[in-house]
Design a protein around this ligand. Structure first.
Ligand SMILES: Nc1ncnc2c1ncn2[C@@H]1O[C@H](COP(=O)(O)OP(=O)(O)OP(=O)(O)O)[C@@H](O)[C@H]1O
Ligand SMILES: [Mg+2]
Length: 353
């Protein structure tokens, strides 16, 4: 529409023309009644009205509409001082209105993405609370069940009392594990974990982890081996305790989810000033649709199977937080029926703050 983009001056002029035209029509009507006797004032009055209405209309439109737009602009403007305060911007109405339009658009886009992010967080929060309650509920109810049975007389029954006590303990251990994992995860997410970065020998740590997991591996007859790449850099700069946690979870996963008589290989590869550590298994593999979500909290490919192993689905998300706290990366490659490889990097140079 032609009137859509009128400037303040043009709007004022239009109003004054309208007033002048109306007065001219009124005067003509009067003249008609008086038998068309022309008088000078019939031209003079519309001209005077045209000239005097212009500044009044200009002032009123500016005062009631433009000023309010300016205030609204200030309210939505995210830049401190807003563009309208920048030199020269106000002088040009076009610039100003364009700036307002741009700012309002920017404001609305940013609000929309904020709303989307908040909605995502809300869903995430609900899911998280649901997951936590669900994970805590199972061991609590189980332990409660065993203890109640013991209290109801089972304690006298030598055939079941020790077994029930052990089962109750196992469930309480699981509960403690979940809570510990949640606390750890929370600390990582709040960036509250202080890393103690020191040089240490990664092969040493790997051998320690392999020793610790040996018993579990032997139950499934899984062989744990280090695939040594000649001349690789053994010294890494990282927090040993936390990297111990990462390696333990990756090796533990390869055993828990691996096939009987399987093989877990831990390999080291030099990549410039980093060392890539890979834990590979020849287990069942993970379908590609799960890979993107694998590092999410509580995400498990086969929930029943994982829970059966005492898993909470927090292990990999903790690993990710630990590796990222070191400003390094963790990734996964997997093919069904072939196996899975988890890899993460560590610095071989002392440049972490
Ligand atoms: N090597 C692997 N082979 C096949 N599936 C795996 C492997 N590693 C992890 N997964 C899948 O990824 C899921 C997430 O692993 P994650 O370590 O986060 O949790 P978890 O082992 O179930 O529990 P937690 O580590 O807390 O004891 C597992 O439940 C399992 O389904
Ligand atoms: Mg795990």
């Amino acid at each position: 529409m032609a009137f859509k983009n009128l400037k303040l001056r043009q709007v004022s002029l239009l109003i004054s023309f309208a007033v002048a035209a109306i007065s001219a029509i009124a005067l003509c009507a009067e003249a008609m009644v008086d038998g068309w006797a022309f008088q000078t004032y019939m031209i003079l009055i519309p001209i005077i009205l045209l000239v005097t209405t212009f500044p009044i209309a200009h002032y009123l439109v500016d005062y009631f509409i433009y000023r309010r737009i300016k205030i609204l602009y200030k309210l939505v403007s995210t830049e401190k001082g807003g563009k309208e305060l920048k030199e020269g911007a106000l002088q040009e109405e076009d610039d100003f209105l364009q700036a307002v339009e741009e700012e309002v658009r920017r404001y609305s886009t940013s609000k929309q993405s904020e709303i989307k992010a908040l909605k995502r967080m809300e869903t995430f929060r609900k899911e998280f609370i649901g997951n936590v309650s669900h994970e805590l509920k199972t061991p609590i109810f189980n332990a409660q069940g065993y203890i109640e049975t013991l209290l109801d007389g089972g304690v006298e029954d030598r055939g079941v009392n020790m077994k029930y006590l052990e089962k109750a303990t196992r469930n309480l251990d699981r509960l403690a594990n979940i809570v510990e994992d949640l606390i750890m995860l929370n600390q990582y997410e709040a960036d509250a974990t202080q890393l103690d970065i020191k040089p240490f020998d990664i092969t040493d740590l790997t051998k320690q982890v392999m020793d610790e997991q040996e018993l579990l591996a032997s139950k499934k007859n899984i062989e744990l081996v280090i695939k040594e790449d000649a001349g690789f850099q053994r010294k890494v700069f990282a927090d040993r305790k936390h990297i111990h946690h990462v390696l333990s979870n990756l090796v533990n996963n390869s055993i828990k989810y691996g096939h009987e008589n399987g093989l877990t290989k831990i390999g080291f590869y030099d990549v410039e000033d980093k060392l890539l550590i890979e834990v590979s298994d020849n287990g069942p593999g993970i379908a590609s649709e799960h890979l993107a979500r694998l590092f999410e909290r509580f995400y498990r490919v086969d929930k029943a199977r994982s829970r059966g192993h005492g898993g909470t689905g927090l292990g990999l998300s903790i690993c990710k937080h630990i590796v990222e706290a070191h400003k390094e990366k963790i990734h996964v490659r997997s093919s069904l029926d072939i196996g899975t490889t988890f890899g993460f990097t560590l610095s071989t140079k002392k440049h972490l703050e």
